[in-house]
Ligand binder design. Structure first.
Ligand SMILES: Nc1nc2c(ncn2[C@@H]2O[C@H](COP(=O)(O)OP(=O)(O)OP(=O)(O)O)[C@@H](O)[C@H]2O)c(=O)[nH]1
Ligand SMILES: [Mg+2]
Length: 631
């Protein structure tokens, strides 16, 4: 069974509601006030099943809209989800202001197909009918309702004349209409909320995409409330599921009537985000006044309505009939997705002035290359759109869930569209994340140059810590780890535990340092107590002075070397040996003078005095006059 939603459009009193009733038997005017005043105030609904030639059933859902100029905003709440339009023009009045305004709205919303119905044909003679038909043909020329491709059918709701032709035309146009994608993510803009005794809140709307099943959990936008679907009705019948293109009523549990309203939307939980900023292309009607940068407008999309400010990207103002790129800032957050159509109305007097299409509902402030990005969103195929969305996130890429929220496409569709670029290596998949390959190359260069820079600034340090490097290049953990792995494999960087360094540089430095350390230690150790001057030892090393000094500091810290006076450094083994000799000397005589000490230690006076002072400090000896007592 194919489901198609048909909206009426046209001037007040031209016979829209009467036509829907003549076709379906259902009076779409349900309000008491509507019946009393004989006009439609709010949108009404009806349905009709038609047998298709092949035996299939065509299920038509009708959204009947008011023609009164004061109720255009109600008309807008109804027209958002329609597939086909019945443009209703009374044969005795021909084209009137709301004929034009409703027709403009349908064009701006990109309604693609429809039928023009000349109603009240019983009120005019054949000649008048022909004159009106010619006028209407002229009016519709080159539009989606051009008579070359869309029928114009004269009808009388009173006598029933032309109704059969209209049904045939409906079958033909609806059969050609492609079925909506029921595998897409579900979205139901709410157009009505009421309570049913014993059941709680019921919402209705045109299911614009996807499928909603009984027992589904849904999120209410923009409030974020969660609701469970207790019951689903399509055209007044209990069903297990509603699919895209059906008029749908849901009985919800978990939210009250007060928490719901027209303009809200239902969608799968934790999938989308409401937005206050959208990048769009907007078109101004030829009949509108020029639109200035930062102008305030009423924005209508599906059943939602909010005020918005239009910041123009490439112009100071939009002239009548022109199209421009703009960012709209919405007064109230709304669930909108790329491809959604909207209508703009002027503040006062309230008039339809234009409309457009959402390109991006997740704009990034001050994004470089925005123009090219928006051009691809406006005209690219799904794969190019996904790739440019990935590329704009630079080296950190974007998670699948975020890509779903941004594009509005199901994960499976996205993964299928990206399979080829992933296979070709133009997009990288890191876990749940997609990264643009050139952006990752950029990150790799950034990482190596950052490490090189670090070496230059810190010649004495082996390398930069991994976490420090990650912070400097502003990479997410996953992406950084992947880039690091590639760089190590390509031998552009090396890692020792948590330390990252340039391959050549890190290892050479280490070898030189180890070698220098050995040279210093053995030069001092082998000299015993007759140590050479430290500066002479250091002068013979491969490493530079600063690094040699650092090695000495480390040897002193580790107590391998002991500093006794300025420029007099001994190996600890030599001093341990000296202490042993002092202990044996004590057995011979507890007192020792400088001369005997010189013999004992085998050193000159230049070394003997500092060594004795050191032993005093260490409480091995105590000075008494010119002699020392060995303790
Ligand atoms: N003679 C004749 N009268 C019609 C026909 N269709 C509608 N009418 C009458 O025209 C009046 C307006 O018809 P509606 O169907 O309410 O018009 P509408 O376009 O729905 O009006 P709004 O919803 O208020 O914009 C009613 O009195 C109808 O009975 C028709 O084909 N022939
Ligand atoms: Mg009506």
């Amino acid at each position: 069974m194919k489901s198609v939603i048909i909206g009426t459009a046209g001037h007040i009193d031209h016979g829209k509601t009467a036509l829907v009733k003549a076709l379906t038997g259902i009076d779409a005017d349900r309000l008491e006030e509507e019946k009393r005043r004989g006009i439609t105030i709010d949108i009404g609904f009806a349905h009709l099943d038609l047998a298709l030639p092949g035996g299939d059933t065509l299920r038509l859902g009708f959204v009947d809209v008011p023609g009164h100029e004061r109720f255009v905003r109600n008309m807008l709440a109804g027209v958002g989800g329609i597939d086909l339009v019945l443009l209703v023009i009374a044969a005795d009045e021909s084209i009137k202001p709301q004929t034009r305004e409703h027709f403009d709205i349908c064009r701006l919303l990109s309604v693609r197909r429809g039928i023009t119905v000349l109603t009240k044909s019983d009120l005019v003679d054949r000649e008048t009918l022909e004159v009106v038909r010619l006028e209407v043909e002229e009016f519709l020329r080159n539009s989606f309702l051009d008579s070359a491709r869309s029928p114009i059918v004269p009808v009388s709701a009173l006598t029933g004349a032309g109704l059969d032709e209209l049904r045939q035309a409906l079958i033909k146009v609806a059969a050609e209409f492609p079925s909506k994608d029921s595998t897409a993510l579900a979205r139901l803009p709410i157009d009505r909320v009421f309570t049913m005794k014993g059941f709680g809140a019921v919402v209705t709307g045109t299911l614009v995409s996807g499928t909603i099943l009984k027992e589904d959990e849904l999120e209410v936008f923009p409030t974020g409330r969660r609701a469970r679907v207790r019951g689903v009705q399509v055209h007044g019948q209990q069903v297990d599921q509603a699919t895209a293109g059906q008029r749908t009523a849901l009985n919800l549990v978990g939210v009250s009537r007060q928490e719901l309203g027209r303009g809200m939307a239902l969608a799968p939980p934790s999938t989308f985000h409401s937005t206050s900023r959208i990048d769009v292309t907007l078109s101004l009607l030829a009949s509108a006044k020029p639109l200035k940068d930062r102008a305030r407008v009423h924005l209508h999309a599906y059943t939602s309505e909010t005020s918005a400010t239009a910041s123009l990207y490439d112009k100071k103002q939009v002239s009548p009939g022109e199209t421009a790129l703009a960012q709209l800032r919405l007064a109230e957050p709304t669930l909108l997705l790329p491809g959604d159509r909207f209508i703009m109305r002027q503040f006062s007097p309230v008039l339809t002035i234009g409309g457009g299409v959402v390109l991006d509902a997740s704009p990034i402030p001050r994004m470089p290359g925005l123009d090219g990005f928006l051009q691809i969103l406006a005209g690219g195929d799904p794969q190019s759109i996904l790739r440019t969305r990935i590329a704009r996130r630079n080296h950190n890429g974007i998670c699948l869930s975020q890509l779903i929220a941004e594009s509005g496409w199901p994960g499976k569709v996205i993964e299928a569209d990206l399979a080829e670029p992933v296979r070709q290596g133009r997009v990288l998949r890191l876990g749940d994340r997609f990264v643009d390959a050139p952006a990752l190359e950029g990150l790799k260069l950034f990482m190596t140059s950052t490490v090189a820079g670090f070496h230059q600034e810190n010649p004495l340090v082996a390398g930069i810590g991994k976490e420090q490097l990650r912070e400097r290049v502003e990479a997410s953990g996953e992406v950084f780890a992947a880039a690091m792995e590639i760089l190590v494999r390509e031998k552009k960087l090396a890692a020792d535990g948590e330390i990252v360094h340039l391959p050549g540089r890190g290892v050479v430095m280490k070898d030189e340092e180890t070698e220098s350390k050995k040279i210093i230690e053995s030069a001092i150790a082998s000299a015993g107590l007759k140590v050479p001057a430290l500066k002479d030892v250091l002068a013979g090393l491969k490493v530079d002075k600063a690094r040699a000094q650092k090695i000495v500091t480390l040897l002193l810290r580790d107590k391998v070397l002991v500093k006794i006076s300025e420029d007099l450094v001994f190996h600890r083994d030599a001093l341990v040996d000296l202490r042993k000799r002092m202990t044996s000397e004590k057995a011979r005589s507890p007192k020792i003078d400088v001369a005997r000490f010189k013999d004992l230690a085998g050193v000159s006076r230049k070394y003997a005095i500092p060594l004795l002072e050191y032993l005093d400090r260490e409480h091995v000896t105590r000075r008494v006059g010119d002699e020392r007592v060995i303790l």
